[in-house]
Design a protein around this ligand. Structure first.
Ligand SMILES: [Cu+2]
Length: 103
């Protein structure tokens, strides 16, 4: 993550599997990796009523990095990823998580 984008901005993961995420914030402000629930988006700006639609999230301080895991959703399809820090969606911090059913 940088100010203000995700690189890459598209991720393909297998449904229902444990996913390892390694991410660094190379920007100068706090960023978040927020996966929205299937069928929901945060819209033009992240509001309090978007919080219930969060599937998984992690926050990274400027200059920091994380290694974490989460369980991929079981439903295949496209999920929105955003940074929920105020103003960051507007600045372009949106990405795509694509969940695929593996054989
Ligand atoms: Cu951000």
């Amino acid at each position: 993550m940088t100010d203000f984008q995700f690189t890459p901005n598209e991720f393909i993961i297998p449904a229902g599997k444990e996913i390892s995420i390694n991410s660094a914030n190379n920007g100068g402000v706090i960023h978040n990796f927020v996966v929205m629930k299937f069928g929901t988006t945060a819209g033009d700006t992240f509001e309090n009523d978007d919080v219930v639609n969060i599937y998984w999230e992690v926050e990274i301080l400027p200059g920091g990095s994380i290694s974490d895991t989460f369980t991929a959703p079981t439903e295949s399809g496209e999920y929105q990823v955003v940074c929920r820090t105020p103003g960051h969606i507007e600045a372009g911090m949106i990405a795509k998580l694509i969940v695929v059913v593996s054989e």
